[in-house]
Design a protein around this ligand. Structure first.
Ligand code: GLC
Length: 733
């Protein structure tokens, strides 16, 4: 029977009005509390959908040569996360649309990537950033990086890396904030706040990922991925400190590490991943494994096969499996065999969904597509890059005030393999940086000195090899100049992941070039661009001045030029000790006293490092008054104020970082000779003075941890140490 148009219209009207009245599932209600949305969604999911959320694939050409990864050919619409190697938000949106429309419940994908020290605006490598002792500036850089990242279609960065590192043979020392637990905690928290902003759902906030949880910096012999023998005491007094601080600062996720922790791999370690992280610290986000770290449990000798690897990692508390498909393949069987429970799966899925809801991915799954010119290299980002590059640089030597270059200098010889470098100067993990955005050292010096001096250039040699054919030209350039600026360094692949080196020395060809230039009798200013502390025992005597610029990112050229001209007064201080020779490793400031101080040292080399943690020079001089304490004895519950006056006794303004240490020479557990507990950087005008103040909270600043992570505070004598001055006080019961 033919239906009249009116009838059909009425049917349509009925359908439309009915459809408008179907209640939206709770999980799609943006006004509903996150926990209710999580619970509702999990209750609707089938097993396959749940397990897909626990997996992360990759999309795009993997640019990490250390991770052999296939380009995903087919991608289930319900996949939980993708490492997105691209930067085009339209591509991300296309993938997200596929997930939202083709998956039964429309669960958005979480797009992640390694944004370690900037995205297109590349900042200094993290070890360099730590030299700034300016956590606010580091936080601002992370905020800028988060905006560029979010606008590129990525919601989640695998950063900050907060692995305390004391063996510079380990290449990843470049990615963290040095040898001190407290410094890694402060810069880690600054990064988390910079990335995550006030709320994860803010338009340019991205989720942070603390890595690599935990103890990765202890890799034996500095050999990446190797065994890490970490006692519970070391775990708590050193490696857990930055993680606890950053979890309490609200870091959304963590990444479980490749390393072993004294026989129990970090990615199968129930103690760290669940007992501490989830139960004691109450972390309610999730843990993603490092690349293949689940299947690598087989290599580490704790899993006979992939199924056992899945069981071990999942039961330990790794919610998401990065790239190796072990969860996808095995969790259904493990559930069927009752080795894991649906409740455990629901808990893991819920943690991942909670971060997605908090990020606002269900309500705003797509990235606004704006032109690259609006996305990247904005004036504010570039200004921060310049400031952070300048504050990351450390003046290590300045004999006879070689620097800043005097106005009598009219001819500058700019020599060395780094003078025109646009790649290595970016450092590792800078895959979104573009060389056309890099200002080279020679470009920086040309803009700074071009009108007042003649710049003479020579490469001299390559970063490695034994080709000395460029030496003659370098000598000729040096001979006609008033000063020699020689720029040496490391290739960016000599540090970072899987970049362990048996010596911290630069290749001999570079040292030979400096010796040759020294023989000309000209003043030599040595510029170092590297990703780790270097062995400078042979180079240091040859240089009249040394500036450590690390891998300063896109704005290193003008920052260095500003330091050489005196426009910028260097303020960097080292967050990691520079050994005199590689043989001194491990050597770090917060060591424990030996049982026979002064004995048991190496017979064949000096005991002192070349530069201690905290070292760095300025163009001005600072004099410290005697530190004063508000009391000589306090109860455990009372506060103690420590103050010290600092005068700028030089002729130019300068920024001074005051490091406040404590010492507890007699404790039921032996402690490091001194421990950094606070630092503060202030600009002081020439001739001015200012008071630095440290308000000591005994439980926070004087307590120690036992092997279970329980902090305790004992009565007795303590010292505040500032500028190598020790002031004694007593804690009473
Ligand atoms: C790498 C690194 C880790 C990185 C991950 C994803 O192997 O260990 O730092 O975040 O894989 O690229």
């Amino acid at each position: 029977m033919k239906k009249s148009p009116l009838f059909l219209f009425l049917i349509l009207l009925l359908q439309v009005s009915y459809a408008g009245n179907i209640p939206k599932p709770l999980y799609k209600d943006s006004k509903a509390p996150v926990e209710s949305r999580v619970k509702d969604l999990v209750s609707r999911m089938n097993l396959e959908e749940k397990i897909l959320q626990l997996n992360q694939y990759i999309f795009g050409e993997n640019d990490n040569v250390n991770n052999i990864g296939e380009t995903v050919k087919t991608m289930p619409s319900g996949i939980g996360s993708l490492i997105f190697f691209g930067s085009d938000p339209a591509v991300r949106n296309q993938i997200q649309k596929y997930a939202m429309e083709k998956s039964r419940l429309g669960i958005p994908i979480l797009f992640g990537n390694d944004v370690i020290h900037g995205f297109r605006t590349v900042y200094p490598i993290s070890i360099g950033q730590a030299c700034s002792w300016n956590p606010d500036l580091v936080s601002k850089a992370c905020t800028m990086a988060a905006k560029e990242t979010k606008l590129s279609g990525i919601d989640w960065t695998f950063s900050p890396m907060i692995d305390v590192a004391r063996d510079a043979r380990w290449g990843r020392v470049s990615e963290g904030y040095g040898e001190d637990p407290y410094a890694n905690a402060v810069f880690g928290v600054a990064s988390v706040k910079g990335y995550q902003g006030n709320k994860l759902s803010d338009p340019y906030s991205i989720a942070a990922c603390l890595k690599h949880y935990v103890g990765y910096g202890e890799s034996e012999g500095g050999r990446d991925y190797h065994y890490s023998d970490i006692s519970r005491q070391s775990l708590w007094e050193t490696y857990m400190v930055p993680y606890e601080a950053c979890v309490k600062a609200g870091a959304a996720t963590l990444m479980s590490a490749f390393n072993d922790i004294s026989g129990v791999p970090a990615s199968a370690n129930h103690y760290t991943l669940t007992e501490i992280l989830k139960k004691r610290w109450k972390h309610d986000g999730f843990v993603v494994s490092d690349w293949d770290a689940v299947s690598q449990l087989i290599n580490q000798g704790v899993a006979a096969d992939r199924k056992e690897a899945a069981l071990k990692a999942f039961k330990a508390g790794v919610e998401m499996d990065m790239k190796d498909n072990v969860y996808l393949e095995n969790l259904p069987t493990l559930l069927a065999e009752k080795k894991i429970t649906m409740a455990e799966i629901d808990e893991a899925v819920g943690r991942i969904l909670r971060v997605k809801f908090r990020l606002g991915l269900f309500d705003h799954p797509y990235t606004p597509v704006v032109a690259e010119s609006e996305r990247y290299l904005q004036p504010e980002s570039k200004a921060i890059a310049g400031k952070l590059a300048a504050e990351s640089m450390v003046l290590l030597k300045n004999n006879g005030k070689t620097l800043p270059l005097s106005s009598s200098v009219k001819q500058i010889a700019l020599i060395g393999p780094m003078i025109n470098d646009k790649i290595n100067i970016l450092g590792s993990w800078a895959h979104h940086g573009k060389i056309e955005n890099v200002e080279t050292i020679s470009e920086g010096l040309r803009s700074e000195f071009g009108n007042s001096c003649v710049l003479n250039y020579a490469k001299g040699c390559d970063l490695e090899g034994n080709d000395e054919s460029g030496f003659d030209e370098a000598v000729a350039v040096a001979q006609k100049s008033d000063v020699v600026i020689v720029c040496l360094g490391e290739k960016r692949e000599w540090s970072g992941e899987n970049a362990s080196r048996s010596t911290l020395a630069l290749p001999a060809i570079q040292e030979k070039l400096v010796q040759t230039l020294k023989n000309t009798g000209k003043p030599v200013v040595l510029i170092l661009s590297n990703g780790r502390p270097l062995e400078l025992v042979r180079l240091e005597p040859l240089a009249d001045a040394i500036v450590e610029i690390w891998q300063p990112g896109i704005a290193g050229g003008s920052a260095l030029a500003g330091i050489l001209s005196g426009r910028i007064n260097p303020s960097g201080r080292l967050p990691i000790t520079f050994p005199l020779t590689t043989g001194q490793i491990p050597i770090y400031y917060n060591m424990r006293q030996s049982s026979r101080p002064g004995l048991g040292i190496y017979q064949d080399i000096p005991t002192e490092p070349l530069y201690w943690f905290g070292y760095g020079l300025s163009y001005t001089t600072f004099s410290y008054g005697t530190p004063k304490l508000s009391a000589t004895k306090i109860k455990k519950t009372e506060k103690l104020i420590a103050e010290v006056e600092v005068n700028n006794t030089g002729l130019v303004s300068g920024a001074e970082t005051v490091f406040w240490y404590i010492s507890d020479p007699a404790c039921s557990i032996s402690r490091p000779m001194k421990e950094l507990k606070y630092f503060e950087k202030k600009e002081i005008a020439s001739g001015a003075k200012t008071v630095y103040r440290f308000e000591i909270n005994p439980m926070r600043d004087l307590s120690y941890t036992d092997a279970n992570g329980k902090r305790f505070l004992e009565a007795g004598d303590y010292y505040v140490i500032v500028n190598n001055q020790r002031v004694k006080f007593k804690i009473e019961e």
